[in-house]
Design a protein around this ligand. Structure first.
Ligand code: HEC
Ligand code: HEC
Ligand code: HEC
Ligand code: HEC
Ligand code: HEC
Length: 361
């Protein structure tokens, strides 16, 4: 009996996820793209923004790396890593370096709704991977199951991306605050079909992009989902942002988006205006870190499917060029300073979309 319990303990403690490196040989394209994604880089070792916020979180003093549930879910010591026992992330542990691992995602069998966050239920079969390509050949390395509705509907993301509430019940970060977008396929925009074979064992013309286009990488692939429109008036002009995104343009509360509108007359800039789009969390009307926040202090972020018009009281002359730039910074500069993030990538302005309109009359 004693032996049996020991054995059971041992199996629970061991890594249950095939390492990412196992997939490289037969899925080289997908593997390569994946390395550029934030899923491959979601650890405190590779993401300086995540690391800085973790170090400020009161849980870090206790070594309770609860973030592992979503940032390094394939860790072989997941339970210990999350418990308040002083054991924090370990850069030498290869299973933690696999971050949001290939095998982890492909073994998500079900997603259980939860109040603070949803929960992924992992299939007990280590070498069976869920997918959405019903027309497939056999793999010599693993079984394939194409009957999982989360994969078929492109929503296997919702165990980690649906919502995250803090201890006061405030929704800190969410694609789906009201549970309204269950049926929008996340994969249609974030994993579009791109050229290149699914595997080396059979040539296919295309595969699902595994660079996971988002705010850090490959954002140009997503620019087509927000239109920038120009409408001249008698006394001024209007710029509209027309979003076809089923969630707010940016989700993480560290971000700040901006709309910069300039008028160029000849080679001179005769008008410049910048609007900021932010969602600020806080308490008693003042900004706080997410774990202390009790309310949304301010929210001017471009909302899901919103069309927003910005009016500029500036009289254009024929030949003027109106330049509109929609961009963002991953971390608001004052916040980056507070967090001690010196990585320029965190605060540099990123251009999401730019349009130039000629005013002819
Ligand atoms: C329920 C799942 C979940 C948990 C638990 C979680 N995160 Fe995250 N985190 C996410 C997701 C999903 C994103 C991507 C959000 C986005 O880009 O809008 C993210 C992004 C972040 C970012 C932005 C990173 C960047 O490079 O811009 C920071 C910072 C962060 N998380 C910190 C933490 C910390 C610290 C913890 C633990 C105390 C934690 N998270 C726990 C799901 C989670
Ligand atoms: C020895 C080669 C080999 C290795 C190693 C391998 N695969 Fe595959 N995999 C294949 C083949 C072959 C297919 C089917 C391709 C086709 O239908 O054209 C496939 C298909 C898949 C599919 C698609 C299922 C579908 O039909 O939608 C997934 C998901 C997948 N593999 C995940 C993985 C993961 C994760 C790893 C690493 C842990 C991995 N594979 C390692 C050969 C391999
Ligand atoms: C196991 C949890 C988990 C699952 C499942 C998951 N993600 Fe993520 N995702 C994360 C975390 C954590 C981050 C933030 C990483 C960071 O910035 O450090 C993230 C970041 C992202 C980003 C932002 C990338 C960027 O460049 O800023 C996108 C887009 C994204 N995920 C899309 C998806 C899609 C689409 C799916 C479903 C097919 C999915 N995710 C499934 C945990 C998950
Ligand atoms: C119609 C296209 C579309 C669909 C569908 C879509 N997104 Fe997005 N998503 C976008 C665009 C556009 C952005 C902005 C990217 C940027 O800033 O570069 C974005 C940004 C994100 C980010 C990064 C936000 C941040 O603050 O870093 C995450 C995470 C994300 N989406 C997850 C999801 C998930 C999960 C789903 C499914 C519920 C989903 N998206 C469905 C278009 C889409
Ligand atoms: C965040 C979750 C997530 C991660 C991480 C992930 N995948 Fe996928 N993968 C998916 C989803 C969802 C699909 C189905 C895409 C669709 O519906 O078009 C998919 C599709 C596939 C396919 C079939 C290709 C196709 O065109 O549909 C293969 C093969 C595959 N993944 C292998 C991998 C490998 C190898 C890795 C790591 C290098 C990996 N995946 C990492 C979610 C993930």
């Amino acid at each position: 009996m004693k032996k049996w319990i020991l054995l059971l303990g041992a199996t629970l403690a061991f890594a249950k996820f095939a390492p990412n490196s196992d997939c490289q040989k037969c899925h080289p394209k997908i593997f390569e793209e994946y390395q550029t994604s934030m899923h491959a880089n979601a650890t405190i070792f590779k993401d300086p923004i995540h690391k800085a916020v973790w170090l400020k979180n009161p849980l870090s003093k206790k070594g309770a790396y609860k973030c592992a549930k979503c940032h390094t879910p394939a860790a072989d010591n997941l339970k210990e890593l999350m418990a308040p026992n002083g054991i924090g992330p370990d850069p030498k542990n290869p299973t933690q370096n696999d971050a949001v691992a290939c095998a982890y995602c492909h073994r998500i069998q079900k997603i259980e709704p939860g109040l603070k966050a949803n929960k992924n239920i992992i299939s007990p079969e280590p070498k069976k991977y869920f997918g959405a390509r019903i027309d497939h050949i056999k793999s010599p390395y693993h079984k394939i199951d194409t009957s999982n509705p989360n994969f078929l509907q492109g929503n296997v993301c919702m165990g980690c991306h649906s919502h995250k509430r803090n201890k006061f019940g405030l929704n800190v970060c969410s694609t789906d605050e009201k549970g309204e977008i269950e049926n929008t396929r996340c994969t249609s925009c974030h994993m579009p079909k791109v050229k290149g074979s699914v595997s080396t064992l059979r040539k296919t013309p295309a595969h699902a992009f595994h660079g996971f286009a988002g705010a850090h990488t490959h954002s140009q692939m997503l620019a087509k989902y927000v239109d920038i429109e120009f409408l001249p008036h008698l006394q001024g002009f209007e710029i509209s942002l027309n979003s076809r995104i089923p969630h707010p343009m940016l989700l993480h509360p560290a971000r700040v988006a901006f709309l910069k509108v300039m008028v160029k007359r000849g080679d001179k800039h005769v008008f410049t205006k910048v609007e900021k789009l932010v969602r600020i969390l806080g308490a008693k009307g003042k900004p706080t870190p997410p774990w202390l926040a009790r309310e949304v202090v301010k929210d001017t972020m471009l909302k899901a499917n919103e069309k927003r018009n910005f009016f500029y009281d500036f009289k254009l002359e024929p030949g003027d060029k109106v330049i509109a730039v929609l961009g963002y910074r991953l971390v608001k500069p004052p916040l980056a300073k507070k967090l001690g993030i010196d990585d320029p990538e965190a605060t540099e302005p990123k251009i999401f979309k730019k349009e130039v309109f000629l005013y002819e009359k």
